[in-house]
Design a protein around this ligand. Sequence first.
Ligand SMILES: C[S@@+](CC[C@H](N)C(=O)[O-])C[C@H]1O[C@@H](n2cnc3c(N)ncnc32)[C@H](O)[C@@H]1O
Length: 236
Amino acid sequence: MKIDVISLFPEMFRGPLDESIIQRARNQGKVEIVLTNLRDFTRDRHRTVDDRPFGGGPGMVLKPEPLFEAIESLRSQTSLVVMMTPSGEPYHQQIAESLALSQHIIMVCGHYEGIDARVDTLVDRRLSIGDYVLTNGALPAMVVIDSLVRLIPGVLGDNDSPTDESFSTGLLEYPQYTRPANFRGMEVPEVLLSGNHAEIAQWRKKMALERTRSFRPDLLEKLLNRNTSHESGTTR
Ligand SMILES: C[S@@+](CC[C@H](N)C(=O)[O-])C[C@H]1O[C@@H](n2cnc3c(N)ncnc32)[C@H](O)[C@@H]1O
């Protein structure tokens, strides 16, 4: 997979994308990440990327010309153009799973008051990482990149590990424990020490349900609705 990122702040990406699992995935050739500075697509002496909003109002808006040129220069038939924006669809694990199947993603990061709306005509998917406003699209793009790169087959050491995780099944993950079995009087649940894999699997399923019910009842409701509509043949 190749990921092109268009941003005014390519330097912001250096730390997070040069560490740990993402760096290993890059070194192993599982993903190529190329950072492009939007200012490289300006034509004036001041490398202007923004201008005042038509109709008035505070702040500056990213101009269409450099963004059109940047996207058009990177885009091919297989590209998926993804814009980071607070008005996008709320990002979640299933979107990460579908993005992880792409051959080429172009991520567009905004800044200032946002992006000239005409750029939307080049965009396949608009994503928001939550109902709050960040100063620019670099952090949201890094969140999306991190979450999808770890789902590319072979990127995580244990191939199975993403399947049991929170959200992949629609539930939160069961609680995890490691050594020591007794820490300051807090004991690891006995079933996990039993070696009985069927019982362990059953316990984990029950705990995943319980945790989801207490911490994220909304997820449970979504899952129940999904199952009911599957049973009644309703498609969404
Ligand atoms: C200050 S924000 C612009 C906010 C815009 N005026 C609005 O009210 O929707 C600048 C840029 O940061 C990025 N951004 C900020 N918050 C975001 C979020 N929650 N999800 C995705 N991108 C976000 C977007 O790329 C956006 O163009």
